[in-house]
Design a protein around this ligand. Sequence first.
Ligand code: FAD
Length: 483
Amino acid sequence: MVGSKVSRKAFLQLLMASVAAGVVAPASVLAAPSPKQIVVIGAGLAGLVAAYELKKQGHQVTVLEARDRVGGRVYTLREGFANGQYAEAGGEYIDSFNVHRQMHRYVQTFGLRLAPVHSEPTDGIYFVRQKRCDFSDAALAASFGQGVVDEVDRFWITLELLARDAFRKPDWLTAAAPWDQQSVAQWMDTLALEPLARELTEQYLRGEMDEPDQLSMMFLMEQAALYDKVPDQRLEMYRIQGGNGQLPAAIARTLGDAIWLSCPVKAIEQSDQGVQVIHDRGSVRADYVVIATPLPPLRQVRFSPELPEVVGDAIAHLNYGSHVKVMIQFDERIWRTRYQSTGLTITDLPIGFATDATARQSGQSGILTAYISGQYGEALLPLSNEARIQNVLDQYEAIYPGCRSHVKAAQTAVWPQERYAGGSYSNYGPGQFSRYWPALRQPHGRLFFAGEHTDNFVGYMEGAVRSGQRVAQQIQLQEAVAA
Ligand SMILES: Cc1cc2nc3c(=O)[nH]c(=O)nc-3n(C[C@H](O)[C@H](O)[C@H](O)COP(=O)(O)OP(=O)(O)OC[C@H]3O[C@@H](n4cnc5c(N)ncnc54)[C@H](O)[C@@H]3O)c2cc1C
């Protein structure tokens, strides 16, 4: 009897390590829990999903949220725009079902619907070197030569092959670790791409992540491996009809008054008996704590005892993107009516990328969202909101002349300056992925980290919800081991 108990315990411990490494534990091996008191810090998608899944397992959950709203970096802006139109200030696109599986699952569970973003795959424009052409390889080749298109392809094919080779191995974290010492910029130097092809790939990486010299090559390979063999038409496919903010709101409704808003956490004190979580309005005792905040706000939180050095380093140094969104509402969708573009605009100008946030919303007016990132996002930080808007309008005027006279309203989302975000989303820098990422997925006593930065889908809503599911499983397993 003792032998079988010991081996079950060893099995559960092995399973815990596997869950940290990415395996999903089968529900059948998880013991029915004795209800525990669990505090979740942060009511973004990661914290809400963790709380929802833990509550389903029978635990008592309290969610402490610093802001006066739920959703975190998923935030649909409605106020300030006319005609009932809205735009996504943060997380916007959901990829196809075979990629963002868990997002699709929760959207369906909560009775929400997805609206396709694009009418056709090639429905936008390139505006490069002051020239406008269709958003297609053929049009790019006609304007700048086939060599540029071939060179961009060479970049992607080489990356895909490298990533496939390293990340198919069961021990990929060790196998790919040497790549972590190199920045993406250093790797690009070895490719010696044709200059415009390099500029275009750099602009893409900047828009999706960060400046290539700020990115770990291992991190880029990991992201590329996730999307191996996923055709472009399956990416950035959907938004939630009526606004992405409806998903966190729906999950929050199932948690009711277990969510305490305007409760920033200041200190976390762990002992053998439990954890004391101290927030602005008092303190709560917990058996386990899920920390589902981005890492920068944790620089203001006191941990007792101190966290392991590697986790402290991650909190202090993990690289975050500096994306800024500028959302301008025009009384006429001039990009459509005069320029035969759906608004999807890929450019070498600092705005980088723009899209019609209202593509699936009715009305003559429309909101164009510019997505400014990397060094260009940082350059906007010291400016006033008005100056940021004018800066973007100056660039739009070059692409869609005459648009300025149609401006109706404008708003900005400056995530790097948001106290409870401290950046747009995580983008592991050189030397960071192999060191921080596995450490953030391990339990630290009674503390568990969740959030987009702790999942394979780093930087995505999918990563946030998957991380919430992971910590719910880890806590369940830890309980089973202790039983
Ligand atoms: C500009 C931008 C564009 C994006 N585009 C996309 C996209 O197109 N597709 C996609 O899938 N993803 C996108 N994302 C990423 C996506 O939004 C995030 O990955 C996801 O929302 C992160 O969820 P989270 O729960 O990990 O963190 P968050 O949503 O940040 O939630 C953390 C919560 O913790 C709270 N908090 C912080 N500190 C404390 C404290 N001390 N005490 C209590 N609470 C605290 C915060 O207020 C917040 O509510 C984008 C993000 C940004 C910023």
